[in-house]
Write a protein that binds this ligand. Sequence first.
Ligand code: UT7
Length: 318
Amino acid sequence: MSFRIIGTGMYVPPKVVTNDDLSKIVDTNDEWISKRVGIKERRISENEFASEMGLKAAQQAIADSGINPEEIDAIFAATVSGETSSPSMACMLQNGLGLSCMAMDISAACSAFIFLLETAAAFFGLHKEYQKILVVGTERMSGITDYADRSTCIIFGDGAGAAILERGENYLDSVISVDGGDSVIKIPHTVGSCPWFTRETESPYVHMQGQETFKYAVTALSQDVTTLLERNSLTMEDIAWIVPHQANKRIIDFAAKRLGVSKEKFFCNIEKYGNTSSASVPIALHELAKSGQLHRGDKLILCAFGGGLSNAACLIEW
Ligand code: UT7
């Protein structure tokens, strides 16, 4: 049982922070960031939490699909930078939309949007009465970024992306891999104030081994795309677009080279938003859909990688 995507939405906060702005607070410069990462600017929230950005993206996806919000049977959401651990992000969105449907979060960092799609596909199979599911990835990465660390603060940005899924047959295949551990990417919580707990708090920001992540990402991305093509007897000629997680333009370029495919096949908007973690794939998908370059019947591969470590990709027909 699967679904088709009938609407998309996105929201980014209005505040633009350029590479030059960051060079005033850490030892970096526009040339290094543009060349090594491909980012020119990112959006940073001044007064909105992740749930508020997610709600705006969800409302846009609902409007885009033309459905009545009451038709939504379930909400699945993802975030690593929500303002509360409880309620979950999905519960916050359900409340914001004034709905009473089932709602829950999936945690898979930057790969999470594909985990949300996978979960939705499973729920369409499990609940025959479900017709429509809302999926949302929303992040205020600026809240978990150390603005004294030049290797991470230049990367992340804030934003939200959403999609409305309707029972259908267009989620064709998927691959999901997890290699659990915290040595490469970690976002610790504080240990709290329990007087008997003896471990020290680590700073509650993104800790990332950049080069390790880079290598993992290039391999994961190219292997996942290859698996989907081979398993479905397709070639790159059959694929209209690859929509990758926007983490580093060089990761995309390296993966394109490894796959022997033109970089133009990969939709890329990292220069405007940086890495918005779970929001990056749905934001990219929304921008691609609205650009007029995507047509019903086109085959797409969405792919992502990140904390966990986790990586995932799916083949869909638009
Ligand atoms: O979405 C979650 C998944 N995350 C990712 O996919 C991120 C993957 N990793 C990356 O995108 C890259 O590894 C980074 C952007 C994080 C770093 O780029 P890099 O090309 O791997 O740089 P590096 O860590 O190898 O550092 C090279 C040099 C170092 O200087 P020395 O030791 O050679 O003198 C760094 O200190 O670049 C320096 N450097 C910087 N220089 C100017 C690191 N960050 C900066 C900076 N500006 N912002």
